[in-house]
Design a protein around this ligand. Sequence first.
Ligand SMILES: [Zn+2]
Length: 258
Amino acid sequence: MLPSERASLFADPTDAVGETVADGIYRVLIEAILFGDLASAQRLILQELAERFQVSLTPVREALQRLASEGFIETTPRRGYRIRKPSPRHVTELWQVRIGLELTAGDLTMACLKNGGATGLVERLERIQVELDQTETLSHRRHIELNAFFHQSMIEASGNRLLSGVYHGIQMQLLGAWVQRGKENWRLRLQSESIEHRSLIAALQERDGSALANAIKHHLGRSLDGALADLAEHAGEDIATNEKPSNHQGKEHRHEQG
Ligand SMILES: [Zn+2]
């Protein structure tokens, strides 16, 4: 089964049975952190958020804990929360796991295609890519969504539900890492992204497993380099704005980069 392009990126496929108040707040918060008015927030305060959503503290706390476990936010020493700034090490580890999952999915999907399964996958990827190629009008948000749908479609075509579930968790963390990707840098990479996505599609069309594996490694390797370059740029901005990390964080950061 392929994911619907209208489905929310942030809905967990495993809790399809009705949404709780906390689930709803969780989704609204991710949107606000990634694309909205919380994107530059220094701190997230439980009481303020509960007032804003006009709910009790419990579902807000639950939503915040889930966001923390997925790496979007982190707790601060005084039990508040702030949006997490991913470290180069965290981003590299995420991409390493992602490459492993996408290669496994690629093998499984190729086997399905050769057995006459995964019908409609190639056409669907082409449709998504056509929209991604509307570079003049493409918004940052739509770019993130379409790119996620592209990769999710390949994962789900593998037919392995456990793999899809694990990938979804990784994808949430990848979106968290996107918070730090800013400016118009993403736009500069659209052309290479398009070429790489099209070589993935071609390998699927030709039922060429080794070409597919190479295309996945090349695409994700290049995208990791881009993410690390964006992070390095943001690290420079933090110094420029005189944001003072605590001693503890400073140590951790140096450790992570080493
Ligand atoms: Zn991609």
